[in-house]
Design a protein around this ligand. Structure first.
Ligand code: PEP
Ligand code: MN
Length: 341
């Protein structure tokens, strides 16, 4: 059960609520939520019901805790969250385009990507400098040098820099340089990393795990929110299925369901979901009209020479054409292209 306290609650009123919980053997902890303090009842052996709390002075609401994503769920926070980052809105009525290469490789590659993203009206320049690779022999990223190249390219084109944090150890380095911190699929349930991200102020893009349910996804977001960081952006990036012909299966129905379950913005990554360049534009268009808050795309000036994920990278000219499509499509679902409301 969760009990929402009135922001003007007095000390004696709070003590009276705690006495009722204590007398039935309930255990709870108190969190500070966006609308005031929330008591989260973690054990309820006496079977207290929300009705027994609702009439008490100082109680603004009481309800079953559902799956436990109290702060990520819409119950306590019905309005959409808009994550504001450097003048761009993620969520609400904005439709945001984030794009860039899979991995930062060189100054020239990042310059070409940044110019392409800016020309297409994108706001975020993505690019990994610490790469999660299936094989330890694959290119692992340029590390600190990659962050420097990425920052410079983003700044030259007025773009927001987003980069993946692979490990808690790398967090101070990446958080010092990047504007948005990405958590990759393989780390969706790296709870120590999520906790550390909750205790720092930069927005976090959290990618859905390869085989994570929507509930597990929201509970992962809850780790960041409950640490005190409200800036969480979710990203659907395809899930494992029985079909080996695609890299993953893009779960667009989950985008619609997630938007019902949570107030957090949801982006779609059709690049990792499909693994195939020819599928990226059609799936991006579909995501734009199914209610996603934006897209995360991989683009590369020479995909044949890319050090990672070349087969799914679209060309700068593809990105430009897609952005023209998106400008036509997103008003159909009441949105404004560009991350500016
Ligand atoms: C990425 O976006 O660079 C990436 C590695 O994606 P994912 O974690 O979704 O596989
Ligand atoms: Mn990639």
């Amino acid at each position: 059960m969760i009990i929402l306290l009135n922001p003007a609650i007095t000390g004696p009123q709070r003590l009276a609520i705690e006495a009722v919980l204590g007398s039935s053997g309930a255990l709870h902890h108190t969190q500070t939520g966006p609308r005031g303090d929330v008591m989260v009842v973690t054990a309820n052996p006496g079977g207290l019901t929300p009705d027994q709390l609702l009439g008490m002075p100082g109680v603004a609401g009481a309800m079953p805790a559902g799956q436990g994503y109290v702060q990520a769920g819409r119950e306590m926070h019905p309005a959409d969250t808009v994550v504001r980052v450097m003048g761009a809105d993620v969520g609400g009525s904005a439709f945001l385009l984030a794009a860039g290469p899979c991995a930062v490789e060189s100054e020239a590659q990042m310059e070409a990507c940044a110019a392409a993203v800016a020309a297409a009206g994108g706001r975020i320049l993505r690019g990994g400098s610490f790469k999660p690779r299936t094989s330890p022999y694959s290119f692992q990223g340029l590390g600190a040098e990659g962050l420097r190249i990425h920052r410079a390219a983003a700044d030259r084109h007025g773009l927001i820099m987003m980069s993946e944090v692979l490990d808690r150890e790398d967090l101070p380095l990446v958080a010092e340089v990047a504007d948005v911190l990405q958590v990759g699929s393989r780390n969706m349930q790296n709870f120590p990393l999520l906790r550390a991200l909750g205790k720092q102020p930069k927005p976090v893009l959290l990618k859905r795990g390869l085989a994570a349910t929507r509930e597990e996804f929201l509970l992962a977001a809850e780790y960041i929110l409950s640490g005190g960081n409200p800036g969480v952006i979710l990203c659907e990036r395809g899930i494992r299925s029985f079909d080996p012909s695609l890299r993953h299966s893009l779960d667009l129905a989950s985008v619609v369901i997630l938007k019902e379950m949570t107030h957090l913005p949801v982006l779609v990554d059709p690049s990792h979901a499909t693994g195939r360049r020819t599928l990226v534009t059609p799936m991006a268009r579909a995501a734009a009209v199914c209610g996603a808050d934006g897209l995360l795309l991989e683009v590369h000036p020479e995909p044949g020479r890319a050090l990672s994920d070349g087969p799914q990278a679209i060309l700068p000219e593809d990105l430009l054409r897609l952005s023209a499509d998106l400008r036509a499509l997103v008003p159909v679902v009441g949105r404004t292209f560009g991350g500016v409301p």
